[in-house]
Design a binder for this molecule. Structure first.
Ligand SMILES: C[S@@+](CC[C@H](N)C(=O)[O-])C[C@H]1O[C@@H](n2cnc3c(N)ncnc32)[C@H](O)[C@@H]1O
Ligand SMILES: [Zn+2]
Length: 364
């Protein structure tokens, strides 16, 4: 395997020379995912682990993620990958950074031990690692999760979403928000049988991937309440949308038949105070890049209400002109609504206004 040197954050590692990144690369490394790793380091610092607490980089690849957690967050990390070429490379990369850590070559679902943080960063869907993850997470812990199978979650491959997530997705302008909510819903339902209740602290989508950071707590009552936060997303051709506990057959706005997605998480997808802590941690590390910080700031200010409105879509339905996103936010606020731009889409807004109030703002 021919190697080349790269540096990312405070880490200097070697990775296989590659033409195109695929699951078949001898050891997986995607330079574009530095974006996700930069944010992960700030999250790791924001959760303020005690020195005895343990992090599992469960699907390590080259080890870059865990090595950065050690160098930039002072975490105690165990590395794991079932690919022997990966574990050999991780050992080599630990040496290059003059650090020691336990490296295991196990199937993720057979890892032994209990951890305070488990990071599951697969190529594709994380669902087949959820049971394994909940088995090794402590009662008070954190789960970091990536999904790159956005085509399933956004409804381009609806049958795949049904099989993996046991959810019906919906192809629509806010499909990426539904994707995040379907993934959270799956994690919450999967955790419930262990009396565990995951709560999303930070969730985002970017290009081909979704990343969600959960706080995990134990308790039957808490878990029951968590399950109460699952429901439907309904949508109509008139632009009406709603996250709701009950299924509707007809649109409350125009009486036409509605489309729906179910089951999914209809509650908060972030904890604003926690995102603020991540921003502070991020700003204290000057070597990190600017773009992930801009995303964190957008998310911090985002109204946490389902489901966002795509201004172009509403303008298209009602054949109106298309005002600037910021202008709509301003008009909504002037009318007394909560409103913000959203990281999900640059031409969309989050608001507690309904479709008719939105339309009034678009028409000026
Ligand atoms: C997307 S890569 C990990 C990338 C890495 N976390 C990073 O930030 O660069 C996924 C890794 O999971 C490993 N893997 C896939 N299935 C596994 C399993 N069942 N058990 C353990 N490792 C597995 C693959 O060998 C691959 O190295
Ligand atoms: Zn309608």
């Amino acid at each position: 395997m021919e190697l080349c040197k790269i540096s990312e954050g405070k880490a200097k590692i070697e990775v296989p020379k590659f033409e195109k990144i695929t699951a078949k690369t001898p050891v997986f490394y995607n330079p574009k995912m530095a974006f996700s790793r930069d944010i992960s380091v700030s999250v790791m610092n924001a959760i303020k682990l005690r020195s005895s607490e343990k992090v599992l980089d469960g699907l390590s690849g080259s080890g870059i993620r865990g090595i950065r957690y050690i160098l930039e967050s002072n975490a105690e990390v165990q590395f794991n990958d079932h690919n022997p070429a990966a574990t050999r490379l991780i050992e080599r990369n630990l040496g290059l950074n003059s650090i020691n850590a336990l490296v295991t070559k196990s199937d993720f679902n057979h890892i032994y031990g209990k951890f305070d943080v488990v990071d599951i960063d697969p190529f594709g869907s994380p669902v087949k690692f959820l049971d394994g993850g909940f088995r090794i997470l402590k009662n008070d812990s954190y789960l970091f999760l990536t999904a790159t199978d956005t085509s399933a979650l956004t409804g381009a491959h609806a049958s795949s979403c049904r099989r993996k997530y046991d959810s019906k997705p919906l192809k629509c302008s806010f499909a990426h928000e539904l994707a995040v909510r379907i993934l959270i819903g799956k994690v919450v339902r999967n955790a419930a049988k262990y009396n565990l209740s995951p709560r999303p602290l930070l969730s985002y989508t970017k290009e081909h991937f979704i990343r969600i950071y959960f706080e995990i707590k134990y308790g039957k009552q808490r878990t029951n309440k968590n399950l109460d936060r699952l429901g439907f997303a309904i949508k109509c051709k008139c632009g009406y949308r709603k996250a709701t506990k009950e299924y509707h057959f007809f649109c409350p706005n125009c009486n036409e038949k509605i489309s729906f997605s179910h089951p999914l998480w209809i509650s908060e997808i972030k904890d604003s105070i926690f995102v603020g802590d991540c921003i502070k941690e991020y700003e204290s590390m000057e070597f990190l890049k600017d773009k992930p910080l801009a995303l964190l700031k957008t998310i911090k200010n985002e109204i946490d209400i389902p489901l966002f409105y795509d201004i172009h879509e509403i303008a298209h339905i009602y054949k109106t002109k298309i005002p600037k996103t910021e202008e709509i936010v301003k008009r909504l606020e002037e009318l007394g609504f909560s409103a913000s731009v959203t990281h999900f889409s640059p031409v969309s807004v989050k608001t507690d206004a309904n479709i008719n109030e939105m339309l009034r703002c678009i028409n000026g």
